[in-house]
Design a protein around this ligand. Structure first.
Ligand code: APR
Length: 311
């Protein structure tokens, strides 16, 4: 069996962590592609990783480039190309600039790696993944946005921090757009199978929900320059791994809804089964009236940002 190939479009903060984790997990050979002005830095990062490999006995190759021909035959492409937020900015403020970038990236991915499973990370996520889909013409099962995996990990982290119990035992789900209107489903959250409402009081749970919705901004403010990179990278890797190993994990991701949850034609956070076929299924969870109303608010917000793409 030949080695898999993972291409990372964008070799900045998230891209370099993606390269590190991909190499450490030996997911496959790694290509880090950035703009020509950044070719030297991504070649430097790739060489640094090549020289790290003997320390852990890793046998995958890592290459930095600005030449799209190098992504040919990729199994997985993870796109972080674009600019991140600065303090005071919302993800939506990035639309104009990142839309231009994703259009260029989509044309090239379509040309050089038309069979890849594509994971988009660039913000505003739900609109940028939609733009990739429209420009590339990729099948809907081969294009997915990374957001819910991260939002759910943040939700899990806060539950673990408040209860003091293991992160390993927390299970939960965040639906909706990757923005302040996202919908953490507290009703379904459990720790070791125990409903979280039996472990934490309503006030604490409400605070956790709010912190989850604002978690990206909390980090942007603390960093002062740029946005989160460790947890977004690990989230995208989790999705790539489920595809590469045909694990069929259920991970909340931005998948194209065509009637699911009453949503049509939008990429938005929903539980996706990820296996060798890409998005193999979107699972529909029974929601109560409050949750349905909250999902409608977030879907309307995503629709408004998507409309601005004029695609
Ligand atoms: N093609 C390839 N790479 C590009 C392009 C392009 N057309 N345009 C920009 N890039 C590169 C930049 O040169 C930079 O190296 O994308 C990289 C982005 O890296 P960072 O600025 O460090 O941003 P990062 O923190 O990695 O976030 C990337 O993910 O979470 C989102 O909001 C975040 O949209 C942002 C993206």
């Amino acid at each position: 069996m030949s080695r898999k190939k993972i291409s990372l479009i964008g070799g900045g903060q998230i891209g370099q962590i993606l390269a590190l984790i991909s190499a450490q997990k030996e997911l496959g050979d790694v290509v880090i592609l950035d703009i020509p002005d950044f070719e030297g830095p991504v070649q430097g990062k790739a060489l640094d990783l090549m020289e790290m490999r003997p320390l852990e006995g890793l046998d995958v190759n890592i290459k930095g480039t600005s030449n799209y021909a190098d992504i040919a035959d990729s199994d997985v492409i993870i796109i972080t190309a674009g600019v991140p937020r600065k303090p005071g900015m919302s993800r939506d403020d990035l639309l104009d600039i990142n839309l231009k970038i994703i259009s260029h990236v989509a044309e090239n991915v379509k040309k050089y790696a038309p069979n890849a499973f594509v994971i988009v990370v660039s913000n505003p996520l739900d609109a940028i993944v939609y733009a990739f889909y429209k420009v590339s013409g990729f099948a809907k099962n081969k294009i997915i946005g990374m957001a819910g995996a991260l939002d759910s990990s943040r939700f899990k982290a806060f539950i673990a921090m408040e209860t003091g119990y293991s992160t390993q035992d927390v299970s939960c789900l965040v639906l909706g757009g990757h923005g302040d209107t996202m919908v953490p489903l507290t009703r379904l959250a459990t720790v070791g199978g125990v409903p979280v409402a039996e472990l934490l009081d309503a006030e604490t749970l409400a605070a956790i929900e709010k912190r989850t919705r604002m978690a990206g901004g909390e980090i942007v403010k603390l960093l002062g320059n740029g946005s989160a990179f460790f947890s977004p990278a690990q989230s995208a890797i989790e999705m790539a791994e489920s595809f590469l190993m045909d694990k069929k994990r259920i991970i909340p991701c931005a998948g194209l809804c065509e009637g699911e949850y009453g949503i049509n034609g939008l990429f938005i956070g929903v539980p996706c089964v990820i296996g060798a076929g890409g998005i193999e299924k979107i699972i529909e969870v029974e929601l109560n009236d409050d949750e349905k109303a909250a999902l409608k608010v977030t879907a309307d917000h995503v629709a408004a940002v998507v409309a601005e793409t004029k695609l």
